[in-house]
Write a protein that binds this ligand. Structure first.
Ligand SMILES: Cc1ncc(COP(=O)(O)O)c(C=O)c1O
Ligand SMILES: N[C@@H](CCCC[NH3+])C(=O)O
Length: 423
């Protein structure tokens, strides 16, 4: 398993090459999964998600008394994932009424949900407050007014946090950096001071603390300390939410910080710059779920012109990340994973009507041919979440695998589903 050994940290925990020489995920043979459930498909090793949730909880428990780990559910919003993480004892972050609906369906107690959003609607705020959501994260002065208005109308006191953009950008792709002053998210430092003052006089809103999230897919932790420093200057609160952001390995060469290191950095910044007796919240999305999942595709065509184009049965409808952020993935074949990294250099092209619909560029592929099952690892975060129906492609199923058993937790869309909303 020489080639796949280099991919161990990219693949779900427990992945292996089985006796038949096929890639196995969660004890299930991926070639058989493709035959049974069709392609494209998201294949999830359920135990991988549990292990990462436990790693977060244990890393915090070893360093700090009063904490919660929030699942930033935008990364993988399906009820089965919510259920697994609710059972692991996590708390949940939702960014819309739709995610709130799914989180409640997935078994999260409303009290254990935090509602985010830079443009929450009145209807979403009413839905959240009526459901009894524990906390709302305020993002603008208009948000303050609206949440106050809804809470007052219902005669409740709503616990809230203020989202602050500390003026420190996480080092990542510009489209997913959020801590800089010129951001659509949160209050800048001066506005945050005004919002804090404004909330001190509120009868319906109970300001418990501050929130920040400076960016996603961070492979370096050095921006957190200055960002915490900026929050520390805003006063003394009981609760601090330092967001998510830990990057993951998409390719063999990437080595993100471990969950322990990331937690250590945030806890140390809290203790040294703010204090030890605080409630600490962290809000990971990607690093909980990305490496739990691989996508299986079928090769439909192989074309050789200036390059070699391996055309598969999915693309930007199931993975938008290469097109949005230039993200890079590994690719290899399910029935010969030991040949990963060798063969003819090719582009893995999607089936959509766009030249930019290329899932992986310049990847060595061993003798690609129609019918091969191609695997791209690390698709658990923002894959299913951002899937769409471009070109009338039904969205793929999500299949949970554990101890050799596979179950469909999101079924494949049908052509009838595509037409369902048309009137
Ligand atoms: C407010 C908030 N919290 C948490 C996250 C999760 O981030 P990540 O998936 O990088 O851990 C995001 C997305 O980046 C976010 O916007
Ligand atoms: N959708 C992004 C992450 C968004 C971060 C959410 N605040 C990605 O795929 O990397």
């Amino acid at each position: 398993m020489a080639a796949t050994q280099q991919l161990t940290h990219v693949l779900p925990l427990g992945s292996r090459v089985n006796e038949r020489g096929n890639l196995e995920i969660g004890g299930c043979d991926t070639v058989e999964l493709a035959r049974e459930f069709g392609t494209p498909a998201f294949v999830v090793a359920e135990d991988d998600i549990c292990a990462r949730a436990r790693a977060y909880v244990e890393a915090l428990r070893a360093r700090h008394d009063d904490f919660d780990v929030l699942f930033a559910s935008k990364a993988f919003p399906c009820t089965a994932v919510y259920r697994v993480l609710a059972e692991e004892g996590l708390v949940c972050d939702v960014a819309s009424g739709g995610e709130l609906h799914l989180a409640l369906r997935g078994g999260f107690d409303a009290k254990r949900i935090y509602l985010h959003g830079n443009a929450k609607s009145l209807a979403e705020l009413e839905q959240a407050i009526d459901a009894g959501v524990g906390h709302i994260v305020l993002d603008s002065f208009m948000d303050v007014d609206r949440v106050e208005q809804v809470a007052a109308a219902r005669g409740v006191t709503q616990a809230v946090l203020i989202r602050v953009t500390p003026g420190v950008a996480g080092r990542t792709h510009a489209k997913i950096s959020t801590g800089q002053a010129d951001s659509k998210f949160g209050f800048g430092l001066d506005d945050a001071r005004l919002a804090i003052e404004r909330l001190r006089g509120s009868d319906s809103l109970d300001l418990v603390g501050l929130h920040m999230h400076i960016g996603s897919q961070l492979l370096s932790l050095d921006a957190y300390r200055p960002a915490v420093e900026a929050l520390a200057a805003l006063g003394d609160f009981s609760t601090y939410n330092f967001g998510g952001g830990l990057g993951v390995a998409y390719t063999a060469g990437q080595q993100p910080p471990a969950i322990e290191e990331y937690v250590e950095e945030k806890v140390r910044a809290l203790h040294e710059l703010i204090g030890t007796g605080k409630r600490l919240l962290i809000e990971p999305g990607r690093s909980l779920v990305a490496n739990s999942t691989v996508t299986l595709y079928s090769v439909e065509t192989v074309k050789r012109n200036v390059s070699t184009w391996v055309g598969v049965d999915g693309g930007m409808s199931d993975n938008l990340r290469p097109m949005l952020y230039g993200s890079v993935y590994e690719a290899f074949f399910a029935d010969r994973p030991e040949l990963a990294g060798s063969g003819e250099t090719a582009h893995v092209a999607g089936k959509h009507c766009e030249s930019g619909d290329v899932i992986v560029r310049d990847v060595p592929l061993a003798d690609p041919k129609p019918g091969d099952i191609l695997v791209t690892p690390a698709t658990g975060a923002y894959g299913h979440a951002m899937a769409n129906n471009y070109n009338g492609i039904p969205r793929p199923p999500v299949i949970f695998c554990k101890d050799g058993d596979a179950r469909v937790v999101v079924r494949r869309e049908t052509y009838d589903d595509l037409a369902r909303r048309d009137v």
